[in-house]
Design a protein around this ligand. Structure first.
Ligand code: ZN
Length: 477
């Protein structure tokens, strides 16, 4: 079978923690990450006999916001039920979740496919459920290993979103998750910075073959990596004449590989009973009163019309709420130049340093100062990048933060006009007759070497366009 005949089919189940103040069925604080294990627990989230769950209205409101933003239908009645299974982190031996009557049905998310065209990915459903506790495995295989159980996480509200198997590549899956994350962040119901706030199960198959499920991938990058590995594994197996067995696999984040886990319990292995301690929820009318903020797609379109920036810049800048807000702070000094400096340069420099944008948002004024220096041609683009790097390093190290203007002064990066380096250009031309001859013979790009030498000699204070113009003038062209 030729490579192009393999059709990849991917569906995702995404679990996101809702960023509420308290847990789903009790008053325990949901802000547990910095605290000792088992300090955010009560009889309800520990499942002690006789404890009764009380539904957190805020969690339902947040879930409805998500459902509305993702264009879902809200059925007349939603119903909680008990999903019975035994696992050490599941304190009651059942999880309160939603079965046949979820909160929301249908809906869709718009992404770009691998060719850059708009693509609609349909959702099956969205439901609300409680997070189980967390197991912490101690020790290793050689020495006495044991497992600790922390119930601080038990009862944190989750929404589970299930997509139709309509994704065709790991990159599409990554883009769907990015879009989802951005939407939830714009809705102010989710904090992606919190550890474990998103967990994904991925179903993947090659058309005509069995389906494999990869469980519990806990990062966005991890999903793309796990799917990429799994597609290669399945294709190789098929190519060698093997068969794909229907199974559950685990993703080894460190190695970037998947390994076989115990064979999957089918849906029939879970027994679902109606939850007798919670009433049926009726929210169909509530949805009309839920106001949505401007969402990523709307903001992308507004950025294009209001600031006149290109679609790729608008898409990048609105793909993250904080980035979009930062851009709007900087745009007044020059919408175009701000878009390209943030999307093309700043993001790369931040990623390189593994520095979050939040480190610089309170210093937007200084970033603007840098953009103005470049805009007014006080420094060259090249010097601007150097100033940005020095500035970010000082921010990262928590040193006394030096303003871009002060950095330019200290490093002597002020751009110099052409005339001040005419002598340098003349000397370099005189010392390099061969490139000049090549240029005169019509060889394209022959002068790039000369320009490079001038930039080096003038330490980035000269402008390449200006040098080209001066060379042309000196050569009498
Ligand atoms: Zn509790």
């Amino acid at each position: 079978m030729a490579e192009e005949n393999y059709v990849v089919v991917i569906g995702l189940e995404v679990h996101c923690q809702l960023d509420t103040a308290s847990k789903l069925f009790c008053g325990c604080s949901a802000d547990f990450r910095a605290d000792a294990p088992n300090t955010h627990v009560c009889p309800v989230c520990l499942g002690l006999p006789g404890a009764l769950p009380v539904l957190n209205k805020k969690a339902i409101e947040y879930a409805l916001k998500v459902a509305k933003a993702l264009n879902c239908r809200i059925p007349e009645e939603g119903e909680f039920c008990r999903k019975n299974y035994f696992y050490p982190d599941l304190v009651k031996a059942y999880q309160i979740t939603m079965g046949d009557n979820p909160l929301a049905l249908g809906g869709y998310i718009e992404i770009e496919d691998d060719a850059g065209n708009p693509k609609v990915v349909n959702l099956t459903r969205i439901h609300v459920e409680e997070d189980p506790g967390r197991l912490v495995h101690m020790g290793n295989k050689e020495r006495g290993h044991y497992t600790l159980v922390d119930y601080n996480r038990s009862g944190i509200p989750l929404i589970e979103m299930v997509t139709e198997p309509e994704l065709c590549s790991p990159k599409e899956a990554r883009r769907l998750l990015n879009k989802l994350r951005a939407t939830l962040e714009y809705l102010d119901v989710f904090d992606p910075e919190k550890e474990g706030s998103i967990r994904v199960d991925a179903n993947i198959s090659i058309k005509g073959h069995e389906r494999v499920e990869i469980k519990n991938i806990s990062s966005y990058k991890g999903v793309e990596k796990a799917l990429t590995f799994e597609i290669t594994r399945q294709k190789n197996l098929i190519r060698r004449g093997g068969t794909i067995s229907r199974e559950t696999r685990h993703f080894q984040e460190g190695k970037g590989t998947t390994t076989s886990a115990r064979s999957k319990e089918t849906a029939n292995d879970y027994r679902y009973f109606p939850e007798p301690d919670l009433p049926v929820i009726r929210v169909a009318n509530w949805i009309d009163n839920i106001a949505l903020p401007e969402l990523p797609d709307a903001r992308r379109d507004r950025f294009m019309s209001q600031y006149g920036i290109a679609v790729n810049h608008a898409r990048t800048l609105t793909g993250d709420l904080h980035l979009a807000e930062f851009y709007e702070l900087v745009a007044p000094v020059g919408a175009q130049i701000a878009a390209s400096w943030i999307a093309d340069i700043l993001i790369g420099e931040l990623n390189y340093r593994d520095m979050p944008l939040s480190k610089i948002t309170s210093h937007a004024g200084q970033f603007k100062e840098l953009i103005v220096l470049v805009r007014d041609q006080k420094i060259t683009d090249k010097a601007g990048v150097e100033v940005l790097r020095v500035w970010l390093d000082s921010l990262g190290q928590g040193e006394k933060i030096e303003s871009p203007g002060a950095i330019v002064e200290r490093l002597g990066l002020t751009r110099e006009s052409g005339e001040s380096f005419r002598g340098i250009v003349e000397t370099i031309l005189a010392n390099n007759p061969q490139p000049v001859a090549d240029h005169k013979a019509g060889k394209k790009g022959a002068l790039n070497f000369i320009v490079g030498q001038v930039l080096k000699e003038t330490k980035g204070k000269s402008d390449p366009r200006e040098i080209h113009a001066m060379i042309a003038e000196i050569l009498g062209e």
